[in-house]
Design a protein around this ligand. Structure first.
Ligand code: 0L1
Ligand code: MG
Length: 260
């Protein structure tokens, strides 16, 4: 077995994604995988996706809510990349044979009208760069068995990214109190969870500022036109064949995703 490196980590995780084969945490085999190295592995994974034709269209935050942090046993947020291959057009079902063990979570989504570069970005300056706010969902699909990982593991795995969808209603942030923006999460018509935007770092604008400031430490910025998923508002629910997950947002419409 060859030595663990950044490039090998990226290749192993990409292969797990392509083959729909979960695995144990990389840190079990490479305790030296620290957070900074994991972000370099995430970038190496992105470079492979770009070489295969994918385009970066934004950024996602993960583990920004207490519900998510508690479930995953990790108390720090993280950032990862969104590419065009992850977009699930409205009404399109998720093919479960393309994924390992998908779970769905509600997200408050921003589309940026301006470039946003840290350091020193505050929630207020972050929100000034937002062109539109949407309700949406993320389908996560960790490449680690049973979603068991440490922070560096999940960072290297591009924060379990798989698919995401955006709802039908985009509104400018002016006049919206995002901390009070409610969502109701349903599985096959049954309510399973609820949250408000305050679940996401107190206000989703704080999550956006966190993304800009965190990218700045790597010499990167959020670009105008990019999509930002601010992080699961509730725990994620499994997506099963023949089943559908719906999120109803206050003032931002309803999004649904089915598993086939
Ligand atoms: O939005 C999120 O909190 C996604 C977190 C990604 C890690 C995971 O839950 O697998
Ligand atoms: Mg998410």
């Amino acid at each position: 077995m060859s030595e663990w490196t950044i490039e090998r980590t990226a290749e192993v995780l990409l292969e797990a994604e392509r083959n729909r084969a979960d695995r144990g945490p990389i840190t079990d085999e490479w305790p030296g995988l620290d957070l900074a190295t994991a972000y370099r592995a995430q970038d190496a994974l992105l470079a492979r996706k770009k070489a295969a034709g994918e385009t970066v269209i934004g950024v996602k935050l993960g583990l920004t809510s207490r519900a998510k942090q508690r479930r995953m046993g990790i108390d720090a947020p993280l950032t990862a990349w969104l590419t065009d291959a992850m977009v699930l057009p409205a009404g399109e079902a998720v093919r479960l044979d393309e994924l390992i063990h998908p779970r769905v979570e509600p997200e408050i989504v921003f589309v940026l009208k301006d470039r946003l570069a840290g350091p020193g970005v505050t929630a207020a300056s972050a929100m000034a760069a937002v062109g539109a706010v949407y309700g949406g969902f993320e389908v996560i699909d960790s490449r680690y068995r049973d979603f068991k990982f440490t922070l560096p593991d999940v960072v290297a795995d591009n924060a379990s990214s798989a698919r995401f969808g955006i709802g039908p209603v985009g509104r400018t942030p002016e006049g919206l109190d995002l901390s009070l923006l409610g969502c109701v999460l349903e599985v096959d018509g049954q309510v399973v969870d609820t949250a408000t935007g305050a679940a996401v770092q107190g206000h989703p604008g704080e999550a956006l500022a966190l993304a800009a400031n965190s990218l700045a430490t790597r010499g990167l910025a959020l670009e105008a036109g990019w999509i930002v998923l601010t992080g699961g508002m509730t725990d994620a629910v499994p997506l099963r064949r023949g089943s559908s997950v719906t999120v109803r947002f206050a003032g931002l419409g309803t999004v649904s995703v089915a598993g086939v």
